[in-house]
Design a protein around this ligand. Structure first.
Ligand SMILES: Cc1cc2nc3c(=O)[nH]c(=O)nc-3n(C[C@H](O)[C@H](O)[C@H](O)COP(=O)(O)O)c2cc1C
Length: 337
């Protein structure tokens, strides 16, 4: 099967992409992912806050060292000598780009617009083929309106896309009043692609210890339903690239996202669960499925189940909702008390 795929203007050998996660911490790990046949690899995020904390810690060490006794000053880096924050990430990116022949997408997560722009430029210089902006932001300040949050994110997208010549994808949140409309505004602001959706890693509660516990859980296939619905909805409204992320466990999940209209399908949880080599299983499984259906290329079936252009989207969503309720009634009996 011809699996070549266009994503963010890049030509990929396969639509399966390793998404941002813990499996890209070294060049060897990046190479292991590339060897599976994935079309591209998104590195784990460079978090501006973490870099700022590193820089502040270096500064504190320098201050403490300089203030304690003069002869100690030689042990501490001067501000000028202090390692530039983000050096480790940029070095990993640079060495990985030299070691593998698949596009590497650097992932950036920042707070202030200034940080976004300066780090994005450095990622571009270090050999990224594209930049994925994770605009993860939980508005804990409940006085902040949805419009304010969206305006801030659009400002970041415009600033980053203006600052670099690389294609920029934006990893979106599904928790908006109108995710489809915001997605199109992100494209208007300059993004070449959308990654649907960011998966929120929220703390859980330990009821025995009466404590809030931070933690990361891996996804389940049911989590693919929301992004798949929005990809199917958006496919015929934009020519921007659409990447699916969340809930891929088997090759059939990859096929379903492609049928909905995704250009690429990303996976992290399945690789954390089964090892990087599992990407090969997904790739082979997709080929087997396509062969059984008689498809000669991914383009033959991409978007086959997307919402057709010209459809009354609201009516379609409503009829889908009603059909789901009817199905539930048949399966589980009357939903009325
Ligand atoms: C352990 C772990 C670490 C992750 N780290 C990042 C990260 O650094 N940046 C990012 O944008 N997403 C990160 N993600 C989110 C994934 O890229 C992905 O969007 C999400 O897990 C949903 O896809 P999945 O169902 O294939 O896991 C991480 C996910 C996991 C499970």
């Amino acid at each position: 099967m011809d699996t070549t795929t266009q994503y963010l203007g890049l030509s990929l050998r396969h639509p399966l992409v390793a998404s941002a996660g813990p499996l890209t911490q070294s060049v060897e790990a990046v190479r292991a992912l590339a060897d599976t046949g994935v079309g591209a690899i998104v590195l784990h995020s460079m978090f501006a806050e973490r870099l700022r904390r590193e820089a502040e810690r270096d500064q504190e060490l320098t201050d403490v060292g300089a203030d304690s006794f003069p002869e100690a000053s030689g042990y501490f880096p001067s501000v000028a000598d202090a390692v530039e924050p983000g050096t480790a990430y940029l070095s990993l990116l640079e060495r990985s780009a030299a070691a593998v022949d698949v596009p590497l997408i650097a992932s950036l997560n920042a707070a202030g617009v200034g940080n976004w722009v300066s780090y994005a430029r450095r990622l571009a210089d270090a050999g990224a083929s594209a930049i994925e902006c994770n605009v993860y932001f939980v508005p804990g300040d409940v006085t902040l309106s949805g419009a304010d949050v969206e305006a801030r994110q659009l400002e970041i997208v415009a600033a980053v896309t203006e600052a670099v010549s690389l294609p920029v994808a934006v990893k979106l949140s599904p928790f908006l009043s109108s995710p489809g409309n915001f997605a199109l505004r992100v494209v208007d602001a300059g993004a070449s692609g959308l990654v649907l959706f960011n998966r929120f890693l929220q703390p859980s509660m330990d009821v025995e210890r009466l404590a809030v516990v931070p933690g990361v859980t891996l996804s389940s296939p049911a989590e693919a339903q929301v992004p798949r619905t929005w990809i199917a909805t958006l496919r015929n409204h934009t020519s921007a690239s659409l990447a699916a992320t969340s809930g891929v466990a088997e090759a059939s999940d990859v096929a379903a996202y492609l049928l909905a209209g995704a250009d690429v399908v990303m996976t992290t949880s399945s690789l954390v669960r089964n090892g990087a080599g599992y990407a090969r299983t997904l790739i082979d499984g997709l080929s087997d499925w396509a062969a059984a259906k008689g498809f000669a290329s991914v383009d033959d079936f991409r978007g086959l189940l997307a919402v057709p252009s010209g459809a009354d989207d609201n009516a379609l969503a409503r009829s889908g909702y009603l059909a789901a309720l009817e199905k539930a009634q048949q399966t589980y009996g009357s939903l009325r008390a």
